[in-house]
Design a protein around this ligand. Sequence first.
Ligand SMILES: [Fe+2]
Length: 422
Amino acid sequence: MQKDGYDNRITTASARAAEAYAHATSVMLAGQSGMVEAFDAVTREDPGFALGWMGLGRAHHALGQGAAALAALERAEALSSGTTDREASHINAFGLLLRGQGPQAYRAIRAHTDAWPRDALVAQTCSSVFGLIGFSGKPGREAEILAFTAGLLPHYGADWWMTSQYAFALCETGNIEKADQMIDRSLAQKPENAHGVHVRSHIWYEAGATDQGLTYLNSWLQGYENDGILYSHLYWHAALWSLAQGDTEGMWTRVDAAVAPASGSASPAINILTDTVSILHRATLAGVAVDDGRWQAVSAYARQAFPATGNAFVDVHAALAHAMAGDAPALEQIITAPAGPAADLVPDLAAGYRSMAAGDWSEASGSMMRAMADLARIGGSRAQRDMVEQSLLTCLVRAGRAQEARDIAALRRPLLSSSIPA
Ligand SMILES: [Fe+2]
């Protein structure tokens, strides 16, 4: 009987397949380049090993490659009889996830991690802001991720992956000091963990450590290849810090090379869309001239990559792109037909961007204010939702309500106070 890298029994007689599976799991958990190839290697070592195929399916799924993900899932399902209870449950939970049955997948995954907390690939689906809890639309979902990761932590000892996920949950609930200690421990063990580097970037963002963060990311990104799952997103973080430093040229260089649709990035479409919209808008709010063509391109990308509504985080960013590009029909579709678990927040935010694009600051402030009670429900990180926070502050200032903007920033996001004109 072989075991995976987290002491779980796996149904393969091949020691080489087991070793390749532990390696592929580590590549996936660390967001490194070549995760599809790594699981592909497992299936070559033992074509009868069900979890090897399931890992391959999950890797394709994480990269937004739906057809390849389903093909690998079907191979795993065909091999699932004769596997352990954990492996059968693992394949069942991922089957629900890969077929888009989010709520059922969430229930199956929570039951699975209660029974087998050290099944890290399954736990990963709920452990960060772009996961099943992160996009659940539920009130208090930041606290739920903290509770989920804190509950798993005792089962993992000092493991680099678990420590990095707990650090992210701490960061997103405001415990920066403890998050800082945790991520140092994690990265000391596994400096090539792109997800850990990402968490480190968020902690420095929350701390306002712009220069330190940018120096670190510039150096680390030298060794990160463009098929790494976080490639575009880490460049977005770097671009945001360049903007904060007033280095507009450095910002555009990063956006054009790695973030915008025209960069040819292999990153998931959700990152290409939301990060591009975010940096264009935040640059605009900071007084940087943004070409209409950039808005047209990202609006067209949103229409093609996300033709239907369903994820509030995506839909709010798409609405802003359409508002700025002047695509009224696409914008109205989002306002009138929102979908997904946080759909109730989308019309006010999207209408807010429609008013903002028209220069109606008072109307925009009113619309956005209605969605602010639990903005975290739309998903994404605090740093990403600062696009909305900063939009509201800007609208208030332009509507002649600067003191209100300062009060709101002081209560909600003190980090953004310095961006409000005196
Ligand atoms: Fe991020």
